[in-house]
Design a binder for this molecule. Structure first.
Ligand SMILES: *Cc1c(COP(=O)(O)O)cnc(C)c1O
Length: 414
C-alpha cells in the first residue's frame, strides 16, 4: 500500500456499510477499544435486558419466570441465535457453561466413539485450557485411553494417522491470529477416521464459519469475546446432528435428562443437543448474551470479514510506513486471508508498551512472553480509530514512554 492519506481514511468510514452498528455499543468517549477479542464492549441492549431480568422478571415474577419469561428455554434460544453465525443448522448448538467445561464434554464424547484409538492430536501453542482439559480427561481415563500429542503446524497433516482418535484445534490462534483452513483439515482428518473438535473462541462473531458445510463433528466457543455477552458470559457447544444420539457426555446433570422434571432416579439422556446441558442455566448472564446477540441482526458476516481484513491491512500499512515503529515485528500472517480478526506484534518491551497504550486510552492486550495484541472488531471500530491508535503507538515508541516504572508493574490479568 502506498502512503495512506487522511482523506482516504475518512472516505472509507463514509462508505462503510457497517458504520451504523457502532451506535449500538457503549464505547469509551475518548480512545479506542482494541480488546473486543478478549471482552466485547457492552451493547446497550445488554444493559436494558439485565435491568429487565433483575428488576421485573426476578423481582416481580420470581420462580414463575422459568415459564412466564421462558428462562428454561434460554440455552436453546441463545444457541439458535449463535447457530447462523457459525454456519450451523437448527438443533445443533446450545448455550451453556464455559468453553473449558464444554471442551471436557466434547472430548469425552468424541473419545467414547473411538474405543480402539487413544491419541488426541492438537497444535503446540494451542490455548492452554484446551490442552489442560485433555490432560484432565487423560487423568480420568488413563493414558491408554487418552493421550495428548502436540505437533507444529507444519507437521499437522502428516500427523493425521489412523492412530488418532480426535483432532482438537483452535481455528484462530489466540496469539498470532493465524487462521486454519477448517474445510481442508476436517476433510483430511475424516479420511483417516478422526473426529474433529474446533474451538471457535476467536472465530464466532469475528468471521464467517461454516460448521455444517465443513462437516465438523464438534465445536465450542466463547460468549464474551466477539459475541459481546459480557464478562464470564456462558459459552456454546455444537454437536453435529448425526452424533447426538450416538454419544453420552459424562457430565450427566439433570438438565441433560430427557425429562428433567420427571425427577427419575436414573439418568436417561436426551437424544438431542440438550443432552449437552448439565445444570441450571445462568439466567442473568445468558439473558444478557441473548440481548447482546441482537447486534448481529441483519449483519452479513462476509461484510464483517471484509472490513476486518481492511482494518488489519490499514493497521499494518500505517505501522510499516512509520520508521519509529520499525522495531515492532508482525507475528500475524501477512496475508489477510490467513488471519483472524486480530494482529500480533512482538517487541521486547511489549508489556510496557501495552500499559502505556492503555494509559493513553488505546486498549490492547499483552500476551506473554512478548506479544502486543490488537483486536479488530468491525461492528464498532472506524478506520479513523486505527489511525489514531497507530499515532498513539508512534508517540509511545518515539518517546520511549514504555520504560517508565508505572508501566512496568505486572497485574494479575494482562
Ligand atoms: C478465550 C479462550 C478460551 C476460554 O475458555 P473459558 O473456559 O471461557 O475460560 C478457551 N479456548 C480458547 C482458544 C480461547 O481463546
Amino acid at each position: 500500500m502506498s502512503k495512506v492519506s487522511e482523506e482516504q481514511i475518512a472516505q472509507w468510514d463514509l462508505i462503510d456499510p457497517l458504520a451504523d452498528k457502532r451506535q449500538l455499543f457503549k464505547l469509551p468517549e475518548k480512545g479506542v477499544y482494541l480488546d473486543g477479542n478478549s471482552l466485547g464492549p457492552m451493547p446497550f441492549s445488554a444493559a436494558e435486558r439485565a435491568k429487565e431480568v433483575l428488576e421485573r422478571q426476578w423481582a416481580n415474577d420470581l420462580i414463575t419466570s422459568w415459564n412466564k419469561h421462558s428462562w428454561i428455554d434460554l440455552p436453546t434460544t441463545v444457541g439458535e441465535k449463535i447457530a447462523p453465525l457459525i454456519g450451523a443448522g437448527p438443533g445443533q448448538v446450545i448455550c451453556c457453561d464455559s468453553t473449558s467445561i464444554n471442551l471436557f464434554k466434547v472430548l469425552s464424547s468424541a473419545l467414547s466413539l473411538q474405543p480402539s484409538r487413544s491419541v488426541v492430536l492438537s497444535l503446540a501453542g494451542n490455548f492452554p485450557t484446551d490442552l489442560y482439559m485433555v490432560e484432565g480427561v487423560a487423568s480420568l481415563l488413563g493414558e491408554d485411553a487418552c493421550h495428548l500429542n502436540l505437533v507444529s503446524e507444519d507437521g499437522l497433516e502428516d500427523a493425521l494417522t489412523s492412530e488418532v482418535a480426535v483432532l482438537m484445534l483452535t481455528q484462530v490462534d489466540f496469539r498470532s491470529g493465524r487462521l486454519l483452513d477448517m474445510q481442508r483439515i476436517t476433510q483430511k482428518a475424516h479420511e483417516q477416521g478422526i473426529l474433529v473438535i474446533w474451538d471457535l473462541a476467536h472465530s464466532a462473531g469475528a468471521l464467517p464459519v461454516r460448521l455444517d458445510d465443513c462437516e465438523v463433528d464438534f465445536a465450542v466457543g466463547c460468549g464474551y469475546k466477539y459475541l459481546n455477552g459480557g464478562p464470564g458470559a456462558p459459552a456454546f457447544v455444537y454437536v453435529a446432528t448425526h452424533l447426538q444420539s450416538r454419544v453420552t457426555q459424562p457430565l450427566k446433570g439433570w438438565m441433560g435428562h430427557k425429562q428433567p422434571f420427571a425427577f427419575s432416579q436414573s439418568y436417561a439422556q436426551s437424544q438431542s443437543i440438550t443432552q449437552f446441558l448439565c445444570g441450571t442455566p445462568s439466567v442473568v448472564s445468558m439473558s444478557v448474551l441473548d440481548a447482546a446477540l441482537t447486534v448481529f441482526n441483519d449483519v452479513d458476516m462476509q461484510q464483517v470479514r471484509e472490513k476486518s481484513e481492511a482494518l488489519g491491512e490499514l493497521f499494518i500499512a500505517l505501522v510499516e510506513e512509520e520508521e519509529k515503529l520499525a522495531d515492532l515485528k508482525l507475528e500475524s500472517p501477512k496475508a489477510p486471508q490467513a488471519r483472524g480478526s486480530q494482529l500480533a506484534f512482538s517487541h521486547e518491551h511489549a508489556h510496557g508498551i501495552c500499559q502505556a497504550l492503555i494509559d493513553k486510552g488505546v486498549i490492547a492486550d499483552f500476551r506473554a512472553p512478548n506479544i502486543l495484541r490488537f483486536g479488530l472488531t468491525p461492528l464498532y471500530l472506524r478506520y479513523q480509530d486505527i489511525q489514531d491508535s497507530v499515532q498513539t503507538l508512534t508517540h509511545i515508541m518515539e518517546q520511549k514512554i514504555y520504560l517508565q516504572a508505572q508501566f512496568n508493574v505486572h497485574h494479575k490479568v494482562t
